[in-house]
Design a protein around this ligand. Sequence first.
Ligand code: ATP
Length: 628
Amino acid sequence: MVRPKRLNAVVPILSEILKRFWPQIDQQRGAILLSSVCLLLETAMRLLEPWPLKFIFDRIILPGFDANTARSFALGNINAMVLLTTLALALVTISTLRGVFAYVSAVKMSIAATHVMTEIRFRLYSHLQHLSLSFHNQAKSGDLIARVTYDIERLREVTVVAILPLLTNLLTLVGMLGVMVWLNWQLALVALAILPLFALTTALMSRKIQKVARKQRKREGAMAATAAEAINAIEVVQALSLQNFLEQAFASHNQKSLRDSAASQRLRAGQERTIEILVAVATALVLWRGVQLILTGTLTPGDLLVFVTYLKVAFKPMRQLAKYTGQIAKATASGERILDLLDTVPEVRDLRGARPAPPFQGAIRFDRVSFAYDLNCETLKDLNFEVQPGEVVALVSPSGGGKSTIASLLLRFYDPQVGSISIDGRDIREYTLASLRQQITIVLQESVLFATSVRNNIAYGSLEASDDEIVAAAKLANAHDFITALPQGYDTILGERGVTLSGGQRQRIAIARAAVRQAPIAILDEPTTGLDRHNERAIDEALARLTRGRTTFLISHNLHAVERVDRILYLEGGSIVECGTHRELLQLGGRYASLYHSQTREPSTCQDRDRGENYHVVTVRSLESSRV
Ligand code: ATP
């Protein structure tokens, strides 16, 4: 968590935020200008507010506060009456105008800030979507979501709730000090005498409050993480009866947060009361000296009234200064988090001069490809192979052999550090990312469905797909029948992550989505893992239809599923160690064969029979030399 900064450290960051978001701010120039003008007018009205009362005291009540004038006033001294009415009306007018200016200023600034933040939020979201997988693998999704929602909101809120009032209050304070010095500089000095004490108390208390608040925010973060973890894994939690155990962990954080919250409230209340006492002391001092000045004739009672009113009004914003600066400091931390994210450059992006890919035939070639997620450990080592258009190739390996990594490289989720990958003879980096991925369709083991209608879930494969194409894709995926049996058919809204459907049904919708894409290349990453036999058969059929005529990579641990593919690449430790058809590899009697036998637990029937015949079996050595 980014710590809130002290105000002096905040200023350069604030100006950086302003500079970076200037284009968005500039678009709201009109609203911000109007808000600023109203802010100045509001300040002027605030300064004027006690003046009608001063005139009432000095010109009407006190100059002739003896029985005669009082009587003549009571009998209807027109001048005094007119003056009194005018001043009373002025009081109402000034207060009303102050309210109107404050309203316009706040509303305009609020709308401008909302517009700016909406723009920034969109930019941030769009940027986030384009960041490479290497970034997303390391980032915490909760943290990224917090930046797009909470941090942006905090920045917006602080503009309206803290910066604007702080500006108004500072302007008012400066104006009031000016007027006080102009009225009587000696009394102004007396009023200011309390300021150092006030600043010291505020600084000390604010530091304590910030410390507790920081602890509290950390605690809240831990609570959110505990809750999120339990809710995301609710099936496991309930199955293992971990509820009580996790509740205890949550309760402990909750209790500590309660204690911190009470401490923070105590400190705040203490700070308020201390400041009230200081204001009382300042008021008493001003009254004490002010009355003396009145008695010597250097000050009018109305002047003293203005002083005392200003004192009360001026100290109120000062009281809130600590609160505002705290809020601004926190918002600056949010601003920094947003800038950090915007400054992250996607590792994989369109290269300069990249052009849209033409329709692919589907010939794929990995040429001396080496790749490492972490530079200390190579995941793929000097990989060489070619796949013909329309060929179905299975990638088989023990767990962690690098199968999914090959698929990720083809989709350009990552770029290899060494070597190149080409489609139809051209390096895939020459094409724009969007046009490359447009021509590759995928089905994953964990089919991700979105919380929208079945129709939309399928259409996400190709946003231009017509209704007929969607239905055709669903039929290809053996999904049409169960979709039409759903309450609203294709318009049925699926729950979060499609939880209202069975695993097999979800997978069939994912296959329909892959089919509607009409892409020449398909990647099927463990598409039938975890399904029962009935579903597996239905999905196998669907996949056979899906892969027809497409260059296909099938990644599977289930070796029955790969028996009929055109070719199997068997990988170990990031290298291809065997390559051939199922029969050829069984014939070879190598690593694939022993994996197959360990899965089927049946002795090979063709191994001995076929050994020695002229099968196209390639071991790693010949692979390297011939670049299969
Ligand atoms: P499985 O059959 O278990 O799905 P796989 O053959 O598909 O495995 P990969 O997922 O490609 O293998 O992983 C190959 C190696 O790369 C593994 O050692 C894995 O730990 C590592 N790896 C995979 N993804 C990442 C990542 N995002 N960051 C760092 N290392 C990774």
